[in-house]
Write a protein that binds this ligand. Sequence first.
Ligand code: MEV
Length: 332
Amino acid sequence: MKAHKKEMVTAQAPGKLMLLGEHAVVYGRNCIVTAVDAPVRASVSPSDEFYFDARDLGFSQAVDVRESDFPKQVAFAAFAVKNFCERFSITAPVRIATESIVTAGRKVGLGSSASVTAATIVALSHFHSKNMSRQEMFELAFKTVLDVQKVGSGFDVAAAIYGGTLLYRRGEPAPLKCDKLGLVIGYTGIPASTVDIVRQVAESIRNQPDYYEGLFDEINRIVINGKKAIESENWQALGELMNQNQGILRKFRSPSESCGVSSEILESLIKAALDAGAYGAKLSGAGVGDCMISLAPEEKQESVADAITKAGGTVISCLANVPGARIMGEGN
Ligand code: MEV
């Protein structure tokens, strides 16, 4: 076995928030995603066996990475190791330790599965001195996420690897210049399963394909206008587009006939934010639960946050438009 030059390598990858375009992006349309400061770290070190440590999830044990049915706490990291080792024909075992730096990030739907996958691949690539481009790391991480959860557009993986704010179409991230996004984020208190919701929507599409094609085209138009609004820093226009996007998400016929992929709690947080002076507000992600986002002028952000709290939400403070996955350090 070739001796490793490095003792331990740690990488960190950010979380994500969908600004515009969820669901439609699964069907080939564009979306806009921003990377948020809810990072996950992965450390790789030499070991006698493939060993996984996700202490914040109560998991610490050896895992056979030749398998593909992994314990759910480490499924993304383990599949990332499996795919990386297969890609580079590596057999030397490693120990992988993962942790969510903002613990809440794991629970509120800010993309920890994609982040842990990205951080693991970036750390492995550095540890094994493989000079992978961002696109190569993105492709391997996206494959890994699909291996585990079978569905998804990869927008969260793109945010984790590239960071910043991206116009994204399946497999094609394009960075957008976006410095002053005044987001106020509200967590509904209800964890949502992206995979379940995406499957429910897929079922509904099977029954009414033309109806959904129309909605997705409309969302795509909103996203393209959103790109222009961001580029010209027209926040009022971006807020209005967020409201239009939310209006279309309500027209989905699944999971709920009356409000689509939205829900009562999302609607009350969105209304509270708008009443308190936000330019625009919408759900962010698959819907039903997890988070809503609102865009507000600086002087209104505090009252919007108070209104979200009064309506029963938890305000999540984290920066948007943060850098993508990077190496944090090497050594013991
Ligand atoms: C979930 O956060 C966003 C969806 O568009 C799924 C995806 O793009 O992978 C619903």
